[in-house]
Design a protein around this ligand. Sequence first.
Ligand SMILES: [Zn+2]
Ligand SMILES: [Zn+2]
Length: 239
Amino acid sequence: MGRGGESTGPSERFDRSGRDARGTGSRAPAGRERLRKALAELRVAVKSRKVDPIVAAYQTLHDSANGVSPKNIMELAIHALGPEARDAIVSAYSQRECFMCTRGQAPCDHCAGNGTDEDGEACANCGGTGVAACDFCRGTGWADRETIPDEIRDIVVQRQLSQVHKDLARLARAVKALGTRNLRRLPDKHRRELAVWLAQMQARLRDLCELETVTETQVRQLEDAAARVSSLQKLTMQG
Ligand SMILES: [Zn+2]
Ligand SMILES: [Zn+2]
C-alpha cells in the first residue's frame, strides 16, 4: 500500500511537468533538455573558474549537442553564457595538466625515484634528482593536446604561448633576484625546484616549436628562449 502511495508522487510530478510543457506550446524534445542541462552545467563550471569542471562540462556540451557542427559548439556556449565563456574555456584547456606526472616530472625509472644507484652514487639517468621527464607529456606537464576540441585547438596554443612568455619573464625576474652566479650555490632543495621548473620550460618551448600553427617568428622567439633556459640549466647543474 505504502509503495503505491509513494509511486504517485513522481508520476504526479511527471504529469505536472507534462502539463507545463503543453501549456507553453510543445513538449521539449529529450535532446533539447540534454542540451539545456549541459549548458547549465557549463554555467556552474565557468563560475567556479576550475579547470577540470570546465573541461568536463564543455565535453558534455559536445556530447549533448546532437546535430550541431563541432565548429558551432563554442558559439552555442557564448550565446547561452556570454562572451566570457570562451575565455574561461580556452583558459581551462590551456592550463589542463597531464594526469601522469607533476609539472612534467615523474619518478625516475632507473632509481625508482631514490636518486641513487646501488652503490649510493648519484643515479646516472636523473643526475640524482630522483625524477625524470614524464613520457606521457614529454615533460611539458600539459594534458594531451589531442584531447582539445578542434574548434579551439589553435587559440589554446596561442594562450599557452603567451603563458610560456609570462613564465619566462617570471623566471628572468627570479634569476635576477637570486643572481646568476649564485644558482650553483643554492641549497639542494631550491636547486632541484629550479631544475624542475627549467626542465618543464624547456619541454614546453620544444613542444610549441613543433606545432604547425606556430609562426616562424614565434618559433625564433621560442628558440631564443630555449637557449637562455639551456644556459641556466647548465649553471644550475654545476655545483
Ligand atoms: Zn634516477
Ligand atoms: Zn606528464
